[in-house]
Design a protein around this ligand. Structure first.
Ligand SMILES: [Mg+2]
Length: 371
């Protein structure tokens, strides 16, 4: 990016309660589209206009770290999720702008190339019986050719409890049998267990051919997670909530998990997520990001995975639709996450290669700041 020098002229946001979209315009009228992190997006958009936009509007920069670090310095009393969720909107719009400016997809800008990418089908549901889950995963396997799936065990931040008694054990025993040995099986406990409990569950996972145990213990207790990682042969994975480089440094240098799972949006965008991938790569760890819905986070993760040297074997692709995540409907034109043979496709369109749906944008709450 050495030759770059840019000045942001205008920042527009299109906000609904779950999603806020950003359009960034430079002083030469070139533009890019991005998105802030999902959920409580109406609050995040306020942060964007109060604590992000004022620091970068009308100023000149030569790379993307510079404006983002400046925001974090100016807002150093507000470390944590919300400011980074808002910065994700700026960062992803900057990358889209650069892609459009150079006529290249983002993946190419960061050393990758467009094309196919293997995906695993990721279930978000816990209010589903093992029988129902097996039935729908098999249907998706046959319809779209997925050869890997993740399903949920325990209760989310469940203090060791299950959704209902016996559900987790049934899931662990029934799903692998139903899916067969040609399908890779992953589970996510979403911070449910103590280390003792997680090690017990982990042995059951090992006995049933499940190879990925995500967020076994409360993510804010890394010493608990590390006990599980050290005790089990299968991969213990995590990091989706973590957005502070100090936490990542600790997690990676101490080997708290086997596989790093940053979320591009929670991290504050692609720029900072690339930094996590590099830290992991230096420690010879792979990176299989968290991408749990079909908003821009999944497209950013696709471009990211096709570029980094330590990419995990697949993209997380949510299998939930209108019944579960109605808010993600009609956000984009076309079908950017179309799956065939278990793969999604990163096109050679510039930037993120997506178009937000004008009808969706029209119905959103609009705000604009300009110099
Ligand atoms: Mg997870």
């Amino acid at each position: 990016m050495d030759e770059l020098k840019f000045k942001i002229k205008k920042l527009e946001t299109f906000t609904k309660s779950y999603v806020s979209v950003v359009r960034l315009t430079m002083e030469d009228d070139t533009y890019g589209w991005g998105q802030m992190s999902t959920y409580c997006a109406d609050i995040t958009a306020q942060i964007f206009h109060r604590q992000v936009a004022p620091h970068v509007l009308g100023k000149s920069f030569t790379d993307f770290n510079d404006p983002e670090n400046l925001i974090l310095e100016r807002e150093h009393k507000y470390p944590g999720s919300y400011v980074l969720r808002a910065i994700a909107g700026l960062d992803t719009a900057l990358w889209d702008w650069l892609g459009r400016y150079k006529g290249l997809p983002v993946t190419t800008l960061i050393g990758g190339s467009p094309g196919k990418l293997r995906a695993y089908g990721s279930s978000m549901k816990r209010d589903i019986t093992p029988e129902q889950e097996a039935k729908r995963l098999l249907k998706l396997r046959d319809q779209f050719g997925f050869d890997a799936f993740k399903f949920r065990i325990g209760a989310e931040c469940g203090r060791g409890m299950d959704e209902w008694e016996g559900r987790t054990e049934s899931m662990i025993q029934m799903l692998p049998k139903a899916l067969g040995s040609n399908v890779i099986k992953l589970v996510d406990a979403n911070s449910c267990y103590s280390s003792d409990q997680a090690i017990q569950i982990g042995k059951l996972l090992e006995d049933n051919g499940i190879t990925h145990f995500e967020e076994p213990c409360p993510y804010w207790l890394p010493d608990e997670t590390k006990k599980v990682t050290d005790a089990l042969k299968i991969d213990v994975t995590g990091g989706e909530q973590d957005c502070d480089f100090r936490v990542w440094k600790d997690m990676i240098t101490r080997g708290v998990v086997n596989v790093t799972q940053p979320d591009v949006m929670y991290m504050g965008g692609l720029t900072r997520t690339l930094e996590v991938a590099k830290m992991a790569n230096d420690a010879k760890m792979i990176c299989t990001p968290h991408a749990a819905n079909l908003s821009l986070v999944t497209m950013c993760t696709m471009h990211f995975l096709n570029a980094i040297p330590n990419a995990g074997p697949y993209l997380e692709l949510s299998i939930e639709g209108k019944d579960y995540y109605p808010w993600q409907e009609d956000l984009f034109l076309g079908d950017p996450f179309k799956v065939s043979d278990g793969h999604v496709t990163i096109t050679d369109e510039p930037g993120w290669g997506i178009n937000f749906n004008p009808v969706w944008l029209e119905k959103a709450n609009y705000k604009c700041v300009e110099i």
